[in-house]
Every structure is written in structure tokens, then in C-alpha cells.
Write a protein that binds this ligand. Structure first.
Ligand SMILES: CC(C)(COP(=O)(O)OP(=O)(O)OC[C@H]1O[C@@H](n2cnc3c(N)ncnc32)[C@H](O)[C@@H]1OP(=O)(O)O)[C@@H](O)C(=O)NCCC(=O)NCCS
Length: 158
């Protein structure tokens, strides 16, 4: 269901990241951060497929090499396929890949306080809500909390 993005996927993923229903839930620089990398050492952009069709994307970034920490970023699904558990399945699959193939010890994510569906997705995928960065982000002139999520390698549910 997840596969590394190819250059041909970039226009579609960039358009999705810029969609008004998606852009407001992502960090302000998300669309500009989408890139295809060669070796996946520092991070990777992946596409989410459903029945062979690209329906979204997600990327991860290695944020601490020594302590083997990866950050999940830019999770996004086409509006037409939401509400079926595809995002939760994608986050679960990504967490397994990061632990089993990349040897990560810890996986992190941060979600805006107003983004209830995304918070639910990380909780359903087994992440622990670890704290709130209060009024951390200025979005369109309003301060928004950042909710921190974390998952340890030995907390992976199979
Ligand atoms: C976040 C996103 C990927 C989730 O996709 P999705 O298809 O709705 O995800 P899922 O179906 O796997 O799960 C959504 C969960 O949120 C719940 N949910 C949906 N809307 C909700 C709301 N307004 N309040 C609370 N929970 C809500 C659903 O019931 C579901 O929970 P459940 O599994 O217990 O029933 C999708 O909404 C999206 O692309 N949003 C725009 C970009 C974004 O917010 N990205 C996250 C950045 S951190």
C-alpha cells in the first residue's frame, strides 16, 4: 500500500498538498518539501496506494541519527477516500517499515490541535500522545497548539 514516490508522482502529490482542504492542516512549507530522494537515508517521500491507485502521500525524515528517531510528516489523503481507515493503515505500515527496514528506535509526529481526524489516526496506529506544544504555530493570524505523538519500536502492534 506504500511505495517510494517516483518523479512522476510529484505533480499529483504537490497538487494534493496545496489543496485548500489539505494545506491548512499541514505545515506551511509542506508542499515545497516534497521531493524524491535516491537512497532514503535522510528521509523519503512515499505514495499511499489503494487498489493500485495513488490516493495520498506521506513522508518521513530522520531527525536524530545516533538515537534513531524518525519524524512522520505530510500525511495526506484525497478527500474521496477518507474515513475508511486508509490513513491509519498507512501510518501503521510506515511505522513497521521504519522499525524493521530502517532500524528506527522511535517515531514521532506532530499534529495541530484543531486536527481531530489526524490525532485519531496516530492514536489508532498505536502512537502515544506525549505532550502539547502550546500555541506553537501562527496559522493565518491564530496561534495553534502542536500535539506531539511518539511510538517506540517495541510498541509496534502487528
Ligand atoms: C488526516 C487524514 C490523512 C485522515 O484520513 P482518514 O481517511 O480520515 O483517516 P482514517 O479513516 O484512517 O481515520 C480517521 C479517524 O478520525 C476520525 N475522525 C474523522 N473526522 C473526525 C472529527 N472531525 N473529529 C474526530 N474524529 C474524526 C474517524 O472517525 C476515524 O476514527 P476511527 O478510526 O476511530 O473511526 C485526512 O483527513 C487528510 O488527508 N487530512 C488533510 C491533511 C492532514 O490533516 N494531514 C495530517 C497532518 S499531521
Amino acid at each position: 500500500m506504500l511505495r517510494p514516490a517516483a518523479a512522476a508522482d510529484l505533480p499529483r502529490l504537490t497538487a494534493l498538498a496545496g489543496d485548500p482542504g489539505v494545506a491548512g492542516a499541514l505545515s506551511t512549507d509542506a508542499a515545497g518539501q516534497l521531493a524524491v530522494t535516491d537512497d532514503g537515508e535522510a528521509g523519503e517521500l512515499l505514495v499511499i496506494e489503494h487498489r493500485g491507485i495513488v490516493v495520498g502521500g506521506v513522508r518521513w525524515v530522520r531527525v536524530n541519527r545516533r538515537s534513531r528517531i524518525a519524524d512522520v510528516r505530510t500525511l495526506m489523503l484525497e478527500p474521496a477516500v477518507r474515513g475508511r481507515g486508509l490513513a491509519t493503515a498507512a501510518v501503521r505500515e510506515l511505522a513497521s517499515r521504519l522499525v524493521e527496514q530502517r532500524g528506527m528506535h522511535r517515531i514521532e509526529a506532530e499534529v495541530y490541535g484543531f486536527n481531530a481526524p489526524a490525532q485519531r489516526v496516530f492514536e489508532r496506529a498505536g502512537f502515544v500522545r506525549e505532550g502539547v506544544r502550546r500555541r506553537a504555530y501562527d496559522r493565518a493570524g491564530e496561534w495553534q497548539d502542536g500535539i506531539r505523538f511518539g511510538l517506540l519500536a517495541d510498541e509496534l502492534t502487528r
